[in-house]
Unconditional design. Structure first.
Length: 293
């Protein structure tokens, strides 16, 4: 009886979480399939139409939420019935790292955390995403920011969410550091294993020059594996072009052979002269439908 009970506990633990890597071994998620997700544009919540195009229900929908905004509970009606996850890129424009560390914004952070608790459904929050770039207020090389401040701010916010058991944390880097110099590498921003549930990589084929899927992601995935966390390709897409369908097919091939990668999220937007949509051409849509797990 004791052995049977132990076996049942191990099964439940495997389904609920992840196997802990030892001696550099690969991570395997306790799921029977690869998760896929979609970002469908700012201010849009028409997930059903995207799922209709793709032919399957998404596991994750991504949104961007600014600091000062309330928790985006409006996603509940679309996501909660299917136990789908809401992935939030929480952007602290106008809220400095120094202020976060000093506790100046604690009332707002606690309010947002309570909003997440009230939401009740699965949530993944990404703070300071692409912090190894130089295009956002929080990036490590911008102004008087630094990796040390980003780490301290991350830990501070994370700790204020204690009790929000439905919230997981995604530490997301850009696939390449800009500038690519010492002190602005992935490892410089790592807040510690206790503060991160998933590692994410954002990477895009901008088409000038054209980059294959491997050129966008291979090196970055190899580097983040050292952190010992499940990996999401957290925001990815290719511009329209004659090779886009192949780019998507290569994504599908890659995820089938990469046990550390547990999910991917397509950036499905058409704006600023760039068409990332899965429907940019018929071949791309067909390729996308073919790789969805």
């Amino acid at each position: 009886m004791r052995l049977a009970t132990l076996f049942l506990i191990l099964i439940i633990a495997g389904i609920a979480g992840f196997m802990t890597p030892q001696n550099g071994s690969l991570i395997t998620r306790g799921l029977t399939h690869m998760e896929w997700g979609i970002y469908i544009g700012r201010g849009s919540n028409d997930l059903a139409s995207i799922e209709s195009q793709a032919g399957k229900q998404a596991n994750i929908e991504t949104t961007f939420s600014g600091w000062g905004d309330s928790f985006p509970s409006n996603f509940a009606s679309a996501l909660c019935p299917g136990n789908q996850t809401l992935w939030i890129y929480w952007e602290n424009y106008g809220y400095s790292l120094d202020g976060i560390i000093a506790g100046a914004y604690d009332p707002y952070i606690k309010s947002y955390a309570q909003g997440a608790v009230n939401y009740q459904c699965p949530v993944i929050i990404s703070l300071f995403h692409e912090m190894n770039g130089n295009w956002d207020d929080w990036d490590g090389t911008v102004g008087n920011n630094s990796p040390v401040k980003i780490i301290a701010a991350w830990r501070h916010v994370h700790d204020l969410f204690e009790g929000a058991s439905n919230v997981k944390w995604a530490w997301v880097v850009n696939n390449g550091s800009v500038p690519d110099v010492p002190g602005n590498q992935f490892s410089d921003y790592w807040p510690g294993s206790a503060y991160v549930d998933y590692v994410g990589i954002d990477g895009f084929n901008f088409g000038n020059p054209w980059q294959t899927f491997a050129q966008v992601f291979d090196a970055a995935v190899a580097r983040v594996q050292t952190f010992g966390k499940p990996i999401y390709l957290s925001s990815l897409a290719s511009v329209a072009g004659s090779q886009k369908a192949q780019w998507i097919t290569d994504l599908g091939t890659y995820i089938k052979t990469s046990p550390n990668v547990v999910g991917w999220i397509w950036f499905n937007e058409n704006g600023g002269g760039t068409n990332w949509l899965i429907t940019s051409d018929a071949a791309s849509l067909a390729a996308f439908k073919a790789i969805i797990p």
